[in-house]
Design a protein around this ligand. Structure first.
Ligand SMILES: C[S@@+](CC[C@H](N)C(=O)[O-])C[C@H]1O[C@@H](n2cnc3c(N)ncnc32)[C@H](O)[C@@H]1O
Length: 395
């Protein structure tokens, strides 16, 4: 994401103006998917490009220290460029990387995570493992939200996703990254359209053997789910912890999957319906060593860290994109559990929180496993293994 500190040396006199066409070379792809190039000493951000490419762009927005541009033509393509299979790619805001060959996407995401962890967290990139690929890079999403919007020019509804360059809805009749069953549902919605614009319709494929209430969270990609569980399991097994606290537990996914490795576990979640489903999900698997509590992680964590001995406890956190509540981080630093397994789909807030946990050598970042749960998009899941550093408080 560009920020006001992107290019402190920019000379306002050299600022390009909106509408200008320029030729630029792409030096980097920032996290989020925008290519980074230069127009004299001005940084320009342009989507749908690759490192090393020379492209013709049109300036669409000029800020004090950077500009945004729209791709007009690729003059010299990078070897990793491929033909995007989706006809809406570039218009639809859902995918950012369909023009990039899948192995190159994985390398790109690895570099982006390394850069973020170095810049925001101050971590050595060597702790970051290669990105685990998704066995199915298209047709994998099990949940999508489509919107309706009245289009006054065509005097009809647009039904689809938010556009890449503004908040209007692009009319679509298929999504290449969605599971085939969702594409059938899209056609059904189009055949029976909502009565007006401004309506959101959530389409989903329910996971097998998991009860998930309609509005509760579940991981978006079934194909890499075994890989995600295996990454968390490896972390927990390596620590030898006997107790597990699963914060932000949703319908109990990680706690239940990892229950066999510990004597007892507790899951905490704000969504009461998800907690009720978690109890039933555990019972359906005959999983009896766990309990599930409704409440805010930051409120319930102190009591749990009183009950489970920190020196034998692993705390798994899988917070929303904003990251952990600062009080919870402070408490984890104070109570010093043996291990923290931090899982997140937002590497920037994750790197920030890990930096807080590791400050003054309290925890050490042993390794990070990035997993490509969201192929063709700029998103990525990471599992981090933090261990308590030996010291006066660790026994
Ligand atoms: C990224 S999801 C993870 C869910 C679960 N770990 C899974 O893999 O299915 C984050 C979850 O945190 C819950 N949540 C958000 N804020 C919370 C809070 N302050 N305390 C507890 N849970 C919270 C949300 O309801 C959501 O279920």
């Amino acid at each position: 994401m560009p920020s006001e500190t992107t290019n402190p040396a920019a000379d306002p006199a050299s600022a390009p103006s909106v509408g200008t066409h320029c030729t630029i070379t792409i030096n980097d792809i920032a996290f989020g998917g925008e290519g980074v190039g230069r127009i004299e000493d001005f940084v320009a951000f342009v989507p749908f490009v690759l490192v090393g490419e020379t492209v013709e762009v049109e300036i669409t927005e000029v800020k004090k220290r950077f500009a945004r541009a729209r791709l007009l033509r690729v003059l010299q393509a990078a070897p990793g460029r491929v033909q995007p299979p989706c006809r809406y790619f570039g218009d639809c805001g859902g995918c950012q990387y369909q023009h990039i060959d899948y192995p190159v996407q994985l390398q790109l995401k690895h570099k982006q995570v390394c850069d973020l962890f170095q810049r925001i967290g101050g971590f050595d990139a060597r702790v970051i493992a290669p990105v685990v690929p998704c066995p199915q890079p298209y047709g994998y999403r099990n949940r999508i939200m489509i919107r309706s919007q009245w289009d006054k020019f065509k005097q009809g509804l647009n039904i689809g996703f938010i556009r890449a360059d503004n908040r209007l809805v692009v009319d679509i009749d298929e999504c290449k990254i969605a599971e085939p069953a969702l594409n059938e549902q899209i056609l059904h919605v189009r055949a029976h359209p909502p009565p007006k614009g401004g309506i959101k319709v959530v389409l989903r494929v329910a996971p097998e053997n998991w009860e998930v209430p309609r509005d509760s969270f579940f991981q978006n990609n079934f194909f890499l789910l075994p890989g995600l569980v295996e990454a968390a399991r490896e972390c927990l097994r390596g620590s030898g912890a006997r107790f597990l606290v699963d914060l932000y537990c949703g319908v109990g996914f990680f706690g239940i999957e990892l229950a066999g490795l510990v004597e007892a576990f507790a899951g905490v979640e704000l969504d009461q319906l998800a907690i009720k489903a978690a109890v039933r999900n555990a019972a359906a698997r005959n999983c009896r060593n766990g309990e599930f509590l409704t409440g805010r992680a930051e409120d319930l964590l102190p009591a749990l860290l009183n009950r489970f001995p920190p020196s034998a406890t692993s705390v798994l956190v899988d917070p929303p994109r904003v990251g952990c509540f600062p009080d919870s981080l402070a408490l984890l630093r104070r109570t010093r559990p043996k291990q923290i397994i931090y899982i997140s789909c937002h590497p920037a807030t994750m790197a920030r929180d890990l930096n807080i946990l590791c400050a003054e050598g309290v925890f050490e970042l042993a390794h990070v496993i990035p997993l490509d749960m969201f192929p063709q998009t700029a998103h990525l899941e990471c599992v981090a293994d933090l261990r308590l550093k030996p010291g006066p408080h660790s026994d």
